[in-house]
Design a protein around this ligand. Sequence first.
Ligand SMILES: C[S@@+](CC[C@H](N)C(=O)[O-])C[C@H]1O[C@@H](n2cnc3c(N)ncnc32)[C@H](O)[C@@H]1O
Length: 299
Amino acid sequence: MVVVAAGRDECGLIAGPLLELEAEDPAVEGEGTFEVGDLQVDVADVDAGIDRHSRIVRPGRCEAARMFDRSAELYDLVYGFKDYAGEADRLDELIRERLPHARSLLDVACGTGKHLAELADRYPDVAGLDLDEGLLAIARERLPHVPLHHCDMTAFDLGRRFDAVTCLFSAIGYTGTEARLRTSIAAMARHLEPGGVLLVEPWLDPQTWKPGHLHLLTVDDPEVKIARATVAALEGTTSILDFHYLVVTAAGVEHFTEHHEAALFTREQYVGAFEAARLVVEHDEEGLIGRGLYVAAAR
Ligand SMILES: C[S@@+](CC[C@H](N)C(=O)[O-])C[C@H]1O[C@@H](n2cnc3c(N)ncnc32)[C@H](O)[C@@H]1O
């Protein structure tokens, strides 16, 4: 094994050529980490992205990078019904029950930054990250003074820790596989201060998902009318949502579709991921909006 070069991008990922690995190198088999020079390389990262015959250690980015391409600027209208202020109150309560003097908070998969906007006055040191550039651009306009990173939650290292880390509105489902669920929870856990709190709002589980269910969401705004129609589908244990959008503005009517895939992880898979990250986890059945909430603490 030969180190060729080492660099890190804004998410702390090893970027660019780094390793010379033999095709069948035992270092990339199995679990855990291996060392290259002063770097600890997680085999899960290798599994996620390395071409075993070449040299790049970089997790494969989730498909979600493109999921909100067309609807980013509609996101806040489409989810205008969500009570971000009320959710922030509940999150704050849950965090302070465990860590009364918490002052730093990272929102993973922060989207347009609406939870952060509600929490920023209670936590003087907040940050966010998201994979979708369009949503992040809106978050940056909303929160010009908050560090907002373009990162993949499945592997990131911001080089610091927080009293609380959140991952909300089922964003975790976009990780897609149990391996990436685990690397995501592990990355979040690595960003917790000792005694810090991690709150993850899950996506639905396989029992709750109803393939064939019809869903229509409408927005009736003076400047724009939106209809978003979907038939819930299932592939294996992945929920499939092909959103058909009709967007009506003074410029005319636009139709486009967006394909979303989110894994239906079981309770056992979630709990397994928290425990593997050495967190003590509790499950709140109701959570913020009825989808439940995992509340985990660093040991
Ligand atoms: C349903 S939205 C939730 C956004 C925000 N937390 C909220 O409550 O409005 C899901 C979010 O997950 C983000 N996302 C999906 N996969 C991601 C990944 N691998 N890394 C970081 N963000 C991701 C999407 O870009 C999107 O912002």
